[in-house]
Design a protein around this ligand. Structure first.
Ligand SMILES: *[C@@H]1O[C@H](CO)[C@@H](O)[C@H](O)[C@H]1NC(C)=O
Ligand SMILES: *[C@@H]1O[C@H](CO)[C@@H](O)[C@H](O)[C@H]1NC(C)=O
Ligand SMILES: *[C@@H]1O[C@H](CO)[C@@H](O)[C@H](O)[C@H]1NC(C)=O
Length: 205
């Protein structure tokens, strides 16, 4: 009985600990630092940098039922940091670069740019975005510069999603409905570093 409770406690701890882990795609062999944020898998790979700016390889995998659109905020806040919004469009995925200064629907943020890569697909149940972001690791708000620390084992991010898809899914500037769920989570950026980063990008282009 005591042993059983002990094992149960250990199992719970273990489940908590593996919330963030490394994930290697069996098809492309690309390895990411992975975090499950609610129903959303957030996967990140970065180069062997010790400070920004650096490009970021991002993969989001979302169930359609919960995520008509999903977003992640790179500074862990709903306002004043780059926001990546993505959704399904037919059998593909659309990414939209956004920013919000106030708690209103985020507007286009042309500073951060994305290259949608191979493995951005949508099927009956899930959509997957695989994209390279330039200018997601550093940003300026109110004249204050912020940067992701690539050695941070628990960088604070935020996510938001809504089951309602955007009104114009083919248009990256489509309006989106207000989120139904939002929360913060952490990403192990140190585990996202890869000396194969450039190879990954080339192989996914
Ligand atoms: C994706 O959809 C397009 C247009 O409907 C279709 O031509 C194409 O074959 C589909 N691709 C896959 C992989 O299902
Ligand atoms: C939409 O895509 C175009 C072309 O890639 C890009 O210039 C524009 O910044 C994007 N807009 C948003 C909101 O992501
Ligand atoms: C749909 O995509 C998801 C995410 O990539 C995958 O886990 C799932 O197996 C796919 N479903 C089918 C039927 O291919």
């Amino acid at each position: 009985m005591i042993l059983k409770s002990f094992l149960y406690a250990v199992t719970l701890l273990w489940v908590g600990a593996v919330n963030a882990a490394q994930y290697c795609d069996p098809v492309t062999s690309v390895c990411y630092s992975e975090t499950k944020a609610g129903d959303l898998y957030v996967r990140v790979a970065i180069p062997m940098a010790d400070n920004g700016p650096f490009d970021i390889l991002l993969q989001l995998v979302a169930p359609k039922q919960t995520a008509g659109w999903a977003a992640i905020a790179w500074g862990g806040k709903m306002t004043k940091n780059p926001i990546t919004v993505a959704w399904a469009n037919g059998n593909k995925t659309v990414v939209s670069s956004r920013w919000a200064n106030t708690r209103t629907p985020p507007v286009a943020y042309p500073t951060a740019t994305y290259t949608v890569l191979r493995g951005s697909t949508s099927n009956a149940t899930h959509w997957t975005l695989t994209a390279l972001c330039s200018q997601c690791a550093t940003w300026t708000a109110d004249n204050v510069k912020s940067a992701l620390n690539p050695n941070d084992k628990a960088a604070k991010f935020a996510y938001a999603l809504s089951p309602t898809p955007p009104s114009q899914p083919a248009n990256n500037a489509s309006s989106i409905t207000k989120h139904t769920i939002h929360a913060t989570f952490t990403v192990d950026l140190a585990a996202a570093k890869s000396d194969k980063f450039q190879e990954y990008i080339t192989s996914l282009a």
